[in-house]
Ligand binder design. Structure first.
Ligand SMILES: *Cc1c(COP(=O)(O)O)cnc(C)c1O
Length: 397
């Protein structure tokens, strides 16, 4: 359940070439460095004008906020259900995270979002575990107030909303190549945008010192607007050095052609297990939104009307049968439980999100599992629920 797919064999020859030449830095070669090729391929595949590959999705989020020109102590709204890296990137950018409520279906609560929108300067929509929030409503609300939207699409590579790729709907989209995401380079991230001024700033701040930004404009169709933007920002910005190495790009590029298959397989696995476990009276898998076509590599579900002790019993029973489940809010130090983000300058009370996190279960479901293996996972979850909740139900609690 936790093994990644092997890195495609095509990566070996390129990595060997890089080891032979020692050419690991993206700005050594005059053109066509593996990182630059990755950026061109990724932008084309997702359908955006520009891409900037960096050291992590956290770095991409940080650079996005910096490139939006947010002043110190600007307020940035994020969902209360996300990974600790997201509020951390806001704090890193000298801004203040403002948490909004999330529903039982893991998506942003639009009432709380609308109320808090009046108090913020930017938003990061974190599509946590690849669950897409209502981007039609969010974009309408934010556009009406001129509030920039950054999409944290770390878990959404391959997800679409009205046939448009997640990550291309907001002003900028950020992705991760950390090992537990759809494309695995151990570490790595990338941001995409159509905004030349934003990408020019992000490129320079990522560490394109002196005139290295020239190596970001070999695509003739948009080099004029880029050159103008780079010229405007030359020497005006700090260099945070969050670049990607050619070795990482060599590991990522041969995985891009496998994305479509991984997305289809992951969705098939998810939907198969979801349908089976939804038949248990104690388990519910929230439905996706209509406009959304998901690309899951993990499974989330809620346990209904059970006590904390019973939830622990369920987790233990599933583990005994061979499936590791985490309940976001019930394991100590969980990085996805907002009350553990004690580093934030302000704390938030989110009763609805908290009650969801105390009953929401998470298990990995890699795209490479077979239909039989998925059946086995579903059977374990249903049996574990029966073990943990079955008897008490019979006595009418
Ligand atoms: C993994 C993840 C991140 C952080 O990605 P890194 O590349 O490890 O920095 C951010 N947001 C979400 C939703 C994630 O799942």
């Amino acid at each position: 359940m936790h093994d990644a797919e092997p890195i495609p064999a095509e990566a070996r020859a390129e990595i060997d070439r890089l080891l032979q030449s020692g050419d690991l830095f993206r700005y050594t070669a005059p053109q066509d460095a593996p990182v630059a090729l990755l950026e061109a391929e990724f932008a084309a595949q997702l359908g955006s004008k520009y891409a900037l590959a960096v050291s992590s999705c956290s770095a991409a989020l940080f650079l996005s906020l910096k490139a939006l020109g947010l002043p110190r102590d600007a307020r940035v709204m994020i969902p209360g259900f996300t990974f600790a890296a997201v509020p951390s990137s806001v704090v890193h950018a000298d801004c203040i995270p403002v948490l909004c409520e999330v529903g039982e279906n893991y998506r942003i609560d639009l009432d709380d979002f609308t109320t808090k929108l009046e108090t913020v300067d930017a938003v990061i929509i974190s599509h946590m575990r690849g669950h897409t929030s209502d981007m039609d409503a969010i974009m309408a609300l934010c556009n009406a107030r001129n509030i920039p939207v950054v999409e944290d699409a770390a878990h959404s590579l391959g997800t679409t909303w009205h046939d448009k790729n997640i990550g291309t709907i907001g002003k900028v989209g950020c992705f991760s190549f950390q090992s537990y995401k759809m494309i695995n380079a151990g570490e790595g991230g990338i941001l995409i945008t159509d905004d030349a001024d934003l990408v020019a700033q992000a490129v320079i701040m990522s560490g394109a010192y002196e005139h290295n930004w020239r190596k970001h404009m070999d695509r003739k169709d948009n080099s004029a607007e880029l050159e103008e933007a780079f010229g405007r920002w030359q020497n005006k910005l700090p260099l945070y050095n969050l670049r990607m190495s050619n070795l990482s790009a060599a590991v990522i590029r041969p995985q891009l052609p496998h994305l479509a298959r991984r997305v289809v397989d992951g969705r098939r696995n998810h939907d198969q297990v979801a349908e089976l476990i939804n038949q248990s009276p104690w388990i519910s898998v929230p439905p996706k939104l209509d406009a959304e076509v998901r690309a899951p590599d993990s499974l989330q579900f809620n346990l209904d009307n059970v006590s904390d002790a019973q939830v622990h019993e369920f987790v233990a029973a599933a583990s005994d049968l061979g499936v590791k489940v985490q309940v976001f809010g019930l394991t100590s130090d969980n990085a996805r439980a907002f009350w553990n983000w004690e580093f934030m300058p302000e704390q938030f009370d989110l009763p609805q999100t908290k009650s969801m996190l105390l009953r929401a279960c998470d298990t990995r479901l890699p795209a490479r599992l077979t239909a039989l293996e998925c059946d086995a996972v579903a059977q374990v979850l249903v049996e574990a629920a029966e073990t943990a909740f079955g008897e008490t139900r019979a006595f009418g609690t």
